[in-house]
Design a protein around this ligand. Structure first.
Ligand SMILES: Cc1ncc(COP(=O)(O)O)c(C=O)c1O
Length: 454
């Protein structure tokens, strides 16, 4: 019998279980209010590495990789490095046989540092700098996604060997391209590069690519938008891409053998959000692809996906220390923690929702509606809204925010000259630092004294 069962008043502040949609696979909660991930207590990690800190469950990342690999085949799952990149994570992604989508020379250097197989790397991005392109060619990346006409001669001029390329196609519809968590429209077509799926520009782009002997156009690439839990947009995309392939085969004799329908698969941030049904999605996508290919009498191309968030978000837990508490007469509790906008800009940027849990002690107080704000004195610096947290929170308490593995460290800043937190991997009772905490010296070192001559 657990302590919560013996003392019913504890139940409100001790969730019976940690919801698997939100917490890492190995998260466990004991009767003292401690949560462990990867067999390591989060309170111990906070004491050892300080707060704020990001904790990452290696087993959870590997498990998501395997689920995607089973659904699509490992090489056709292109992990989006923008979600979270460091040597440790890329080593796991490489081990699991996935491919890797990079956007910069920095991500390429990290991939190179762990010996990520170059033929499984895809360079994407609507504004690839000369440095990014040079790094990609130096490294010998397997595939480059062409997203605008100006890239074609620039890339061709740099090439010393034949290069596989995909062409980024834009959807020519708006319906369904909605961020289903925030219900904000995804970036409109007018704001994004790529080639409209219908029209003369596509023909012109294909002709310009196939005119370049060093470019080998192997397929089409597509990105629907972010945090999508519905399949409809992807199904329409597959049908469009296949119709486009058929039209290109007819008009130019172009034989394309791959399509990449991107990522953007939703991950719930709180216990109440819906889940992206991966296996159902994979079988729907394959079926739609088969039907469309039959209709156009085309061989079935390779089908690739490019998830980022869905691989790493749920493996991450952010740890914060409470610094200030205010309890209002209406029962609302306001809590300020030692991080915020600088380590998680997603609530401010996208209206992302999170939940928070008290760590390390049992509370006898009932839950109270609580807002957790960051340290940056900004109206947008709200980490968690309406969290049911014990009504006796006090400075010094530790809070854990699950679902913090994606687009947090990678989007972190030094706002207010606050150093960025460390990333700690946990597995089988062992904690390893993947990214050390930034020091104040790191942050201040770039600021030069204008009175000192170089
Ligand atoms: C081109 C492209 N592919 C894949 C992704 C991955 O999206 P997510 O991490 O939401 O799966 C992104 C994210 O913005 C993207 O821009």
């Amino acid at each position: 019998m657990t302590l919560a069962e013996l003392i019913p008043s504890l139940r409100t502040s001790l969730p019976a279980h940690l919801h698997g949609d939100v917490w890492p696979a190995t998260a466990r909660r004991d009767e003292h209010g401690e949560i462990s991930v990867g067999g390591v207590r989060l309170g111990e990690l906070a004491a050892r590495f300080g707060t704020p800190a990001y904790v990452l469950d290696e087993a959870d990342v590997r498990r998501r990789c395997r689920e995607y690999a089973r659904a699509f085949g490992p090489g056709d799952v292109v992990y989006a490095a923008k979600a979270l990149t460091c040597r440790g994570v890329l080593r796991w992604i490489a081990d699991e046989g996935l491919s890797l989508g990079v956007q910069s020379a920095g991500q390429l250097a990290t991939a190179a540092a762990v010996g990520f197989p170059a033929d499984r790397i895809v360079l994407q991005g609507d504004a690839k700098s000369p440095t990014d392109l040079a790094a990609a060619l130096d490294h010998g990346v397997g595939t480059i996604v062409i997203e605008s006409g100006s890239e074609i001669p620039r890339l061709a001029a740099l090439l010393r060997r034949r290069q596989r390329v995909l062409l980024r196609v834009l959807p020519d519809w708006d319906a369904g391209r909605v961020d289903t968590m925030s219900m904000l429209p995804a970036a409109p077509v007018a704001d994004r590069f790529g080639v409209p799926a219908a029209g003369t520009t596509l023909d012109e782009m294909v002709r310009r690519i196939t005119d370049q002997p060093m470019l080998e156009l192997v397929g089409l690439d597509f990105y629907l938008g972010s945090r999508t839990s519905r399949f409809g947009g992807y199904e329409r995309a597959i049908s469009h891409l296949v119709a486009t392939m058929a039209a290109l085969a007819q008009r130019h004799g172009t034989r394309l053998t791959e399509i990449n329908i991107g990522g953007g698969h939703a991950v719930p941030g709180t216990d109440t959000d819906g889940q992206f049904a991966l296996d159902a999605f994979a079988s729907r996508a394959r079926k739609v692809l088969r039907v469309a290919c039959d209709e156009h009498d085309l061989p079935v191309p390779r089908l690739a996906v490019a998830p980022g968030r869905a691989i790493v978000a749920r493996a991450g837990v952010a740890l914060y220390r409470v610094l200030a508490v205010r309890r209002d007469p209406d029962g609302h509790q306001l809590v300020a923690v030692d991080g915020g906008l600088s380590d998680n800009p997603r609530p401010a940027l996208y209206g992302a929702r999170y939940t928070a849990v008290l760590l390390g002690r049992l509370s006898h107080a009932g839950d109270q509606r609580t807002t957790v704000v960051g340290r940056h004195d900004e109206s947008g610096d709200v980490l968690v809204r309406d969290a049911p947290l014990p009504g006796d929170l006090r400075p010094g308490d530790l809070l854990a925010v699950p679902c913090s593995g994606a687009y947090q460290l990678s989007l972190a800043s030094n706002y207010n000259l606050v150093p960025r937190p460390p990333l700690v991997a946990v597995d089988n009772g062992r904690a390893r630092l993947l990214v050390r905490a930034e020091t104040l010296n790191d942050v201040l070192a770039r600021d030069l004294d204008p009175d000192i001559e170089e």
